[in-house]
Design a protein around this ligand. Structure first.
Ligand SMILES: [Zn+2]
Length: 339
């Protein structure tokens, strides 16, 4: 049995995955045809996901999102995303959605389809899921307030948090302090993409000013040793996505000793492994665990630490976490001890 097959049996919690970034290329092509939407540069599934910067990737991400229109389209992409995650060993998935990317499609229709996909996948694969609407930072905090209103209007128990994503570099987090505070007062957990295209100061801003519970990516924290020490002591989780760094950051050599994920792990930060936009970056959740071991010097013990961190930092109640630890630990130990 190779490492991929072995790690597939490791129970996992996926905390950094975008619904729209998980659309299978074949599905995007079929839905584009069905809904009369044109795709950028190619309608061939094997050529669709071709880019090498965060900006170019986001263009494709937006174009793909426009192919998703009907309730059943949302059901289908949610179901397929959870099917793939489940095949990677995921038992629980907290995923981002980008409702504003589906221009003209009412939020209520989107949530209806997504919820059908979640319940179908739970029946068929036993995987549980929660939804984290991502706020597009490029649209600014004022539109963010209106966005939060729409989210709260469509809220169910399954909407657990608020994220902050899209192009980072010219958009510091501080202007979003007010809308993030209101989200927290409404009972939502908070996370933010940061330190991917933006500097370490943005990581600090997300932590200190937005007061997020989890940091998504966060790689440029390595440029600020004092901040690293602070966030290590705070125990805040960085949800890291190895393959993504090859496309959207300058850190393209996954095997480099100076790759930030490796540096963060060695510095004792809480680091977990996720798949982000798996088909768009030609990977899956389990493949990211393989990369961590094969290329980033994660030991068996590091893998166990990373998995347990995803349980600790999942946005579920303490009883659920305790049950997961109890139920999954024999399986986790069996996989880890045989590595
Ligand atoms: Zn992401």
């Amino acid at each position: 049995m190779d490492l991929y097959q072995h790690l597939q049996k490791l129970p996992k919690v996926e905390l950094h995955l975008h619904l729209e970034g998980a659309i299978r290329p074949q599905t995007a092509v079929e839905l584009a045809r069905k809904n009369g939407v044109s795709l950028p540069h190619s309608d061939r599934p094997d050529e669709l996901y071709d880019y090498n910067t965060l900006d170019a990737f986001l263009d494709v991400y937006d174009a793909i999102s426009k192919t998703i229109v009907k309730v059943d389209d949302f059901r289908r992409i949610t179901y397929e995303m959870l099917q793939s995650a489940s095949q990677s060993g995921a038992r629980h998935v907290e995923f981002f959605i980008s409702p504003h990317a589906h221009e003209g499609v009412p939020f209520a229709r989107q949530f209806e389809g997504i919820r059908l996909g979640i319940s179908d996948a739970q029946v068929d694969f036993g995987v549980t899921s929660l939804i984290i609407p991502g706020m597009n930072r490029e649209l600014g905090p004022e539109r963010g307030e209106a966005y939060l209103d729409e989210i709260l209007a469509n809220r169910g128990d399954d909407v657990v948090g608020l994220g902050l994503d899209y192009f980072e570099a010219p958009y510091p987090p501080e202007p979003f302090a007010k809308v993030f505070a209101r989200a927290r007062e409404s009972g939502l957990k908070l996370s933010a993409h940061c330190g991917e295209a933006g500097p370490a100061a943005y990581v600090r801003g997300c932590y200190e000013v937005l007061k997020v519970d989890r940091l998504d990516h966060g790689y440029n924290v390595v440029d600020d040793p004092a901040l690293m020490a602070e966030l290590r002591d705070a125990g805040i989780l960085f949800t890291c996505c190895p393959s993504t760094t090859q496309f959207t950051t300058p850190h393209r050599d996954l095997g480099s000793p100076s790759h930030p994920i490796r540096v963060m792990k060695q510095a004792g930060l809480a680091v977990s492994i996720h798949s982000d936009d798996p088909p768009m970056f030609n990977t899956d959740l389990n493949g990211e665990y393989v990369i961590a071991m094969d290329q980033m010097q994660f030991s068996a013990a590091d893998i166990k630490t990373a998995v347990l961190a995803t349980i600790d930092h999942a946005w579920v109640d303490e009883t659920t976490k305790r049950n997961w630890r109890q139920d999954w630990m024999p399986e986790i130990d069996a996989v880890i001890n045989a590595l």
